[in-house]
Design a protein around this ligand. Sequence first.
Ligand code: GLY
Length: 583
Amino acid sequence: MRRGGWLFALVLAATPLQAQQFSDGHAPEAASALATGQKTAAGRDWMVTAANPLAAEAGVAMLRAGGNAIDAMVAVQLVLGLVEPQSSGLGGGAFLVYWDAAAGTLTTFDGRETAPRAATPTLFQNAQGEPLAFMEAVIGGRSVGTPGTPALLETVHKRYGRLGWDAPFAPALELAENGFAVSPRLAGLIASDVATLARDPATRAYFLDPAGAPLAEGTRLKNPAYANTLRALREKGAGAFYEGALAQGIVAAVRGSANPGGLSLDDLRDYAVKERPPVCGAYRGLNVCGMGPPSSGALTLGQILGLLEPYDLKALGPASPEAWRLIADASRLAFADRERYIADTDFVPVPTKGLLAPDYLGARAKLLAGDDALPEVVAGMPRWDHAMAPPARADGAAPELPSTTQITIVDDDGNVVSMTSTIEAGFGSRLMVGGFLLNNELTDFSFRSHRDGVPVANRVEPGKRPRSSMAPTIVLKDGRPVLALGSPGGSQIIGYVAKTLIAHLDWGMSLRDAIAAPNVLARFDAVEIEAGTTAEALAPGLSELGFTVKTGPMTSGVQAVAITPQGLVGAADPRREGVAIGE
Ligand code: GLY
């Protein structure tokens, strides 16, 4: 694409959309996403939703230039790595769920980070075998896994992209060279993380001024190092990331940090994206499909919905503590299984089919038939399809921090992208190389490797991919996509996606209202309620039912697209800076 062409497209993208009433139930806004931070949009041909307006506009530019959903996704991701650097980027990993309209097939791509060859199960333990304090593990090279995002972008673009490989680089390159305005969210997050961002000289120089003050909102920020990285990738492909000067810089940063890690040039050179079959769960006549292990996303979401299937949530409604009792305890049961069984299937057997088997879920669902909160929740005994006795498994412990980003795109051929992308915690390991941050994804492994001699499935092992909660999802009806969504938020991601689906499918809310509805979820013991929302009124009722209730901020970032007979409806979470743009 000629230089500057995407800016032209951007102006076109600002053309007001004609507001129309869709079966989704509300009139989408009609205005420029850049000007207004547009949260909903209608489209007949295509839809792009992303966590930042500049990133969404980059995707739009690709579609207007004749590209498809994959071209758009690559452009969106490259811009997100610049304007939302705390959440995802070249130094991280991602899962892509992809509907190929021409083939009529759904597939998934695993671009998850891998543990270096040098990693051992005691990576996050002290000399006494006790888990390290979490942030002690996060900051520095120890937590850095081999990034997967560059390889994922190249792999899927080679296979599906319609524009040349150079086209999706144009928006990010222009913004990196000429600068972009630091968004309110980025400025706020930098200000709240000054101490850790100051530890690495390159990170400090980028996010703080020479006196150590955080970048202010609206500051015009250029990133020449990122521009150089983009040019190298554009000219030489992802190989420019995994070998040569950039790879050497990454290894030097990881090994030379005050909390060094073991990443090597061999680890980078050998990184491979894995295509895996989607994992689907049934719900209300639909197939809810997503990323299987090493993500727990689709399995745990599928279990929550499968456990709720026998219960009439529609009749109960969203204001009923009884509805939330069912959702909370279904989630606790699913999380108990997740903690016990789900890990990278290339390293440990996982009863993937057994966890979603209707007879297993039906039996577990009967546990919800009482009136009160379950006093105790433990993992079940799913069927194993492996030719072996069920292995002994101990529960793991991997506290995930709420960062990450979601990209959801539908193009005019009907291809659908649902991709969740991350560097794990906000600002990842806080190490910066080549204008991007390196992940701390290895802290998604269990810090405990064993309990009483029994191994934890999600323990660290060389070459293994840490278990994720990312839940990029595509919902199928009669074998065709009708909805695509996902969210950031660490292990709360699964609850955010479940709530959105239940609010939309059971309670008939529009996509916008389903996303905006207060977040209420459970993972382990407590029910978590989003502070400052009407859901706080549920707290006394849920306490009476026997739950421990916690209230706090729950900053989901759901980006979703509904594919309806009348057209496309896009919606972005009002809690963040994301937008939906459609035509
Ligand atoms: N690091 C976030 C996730 O993979 O779930």
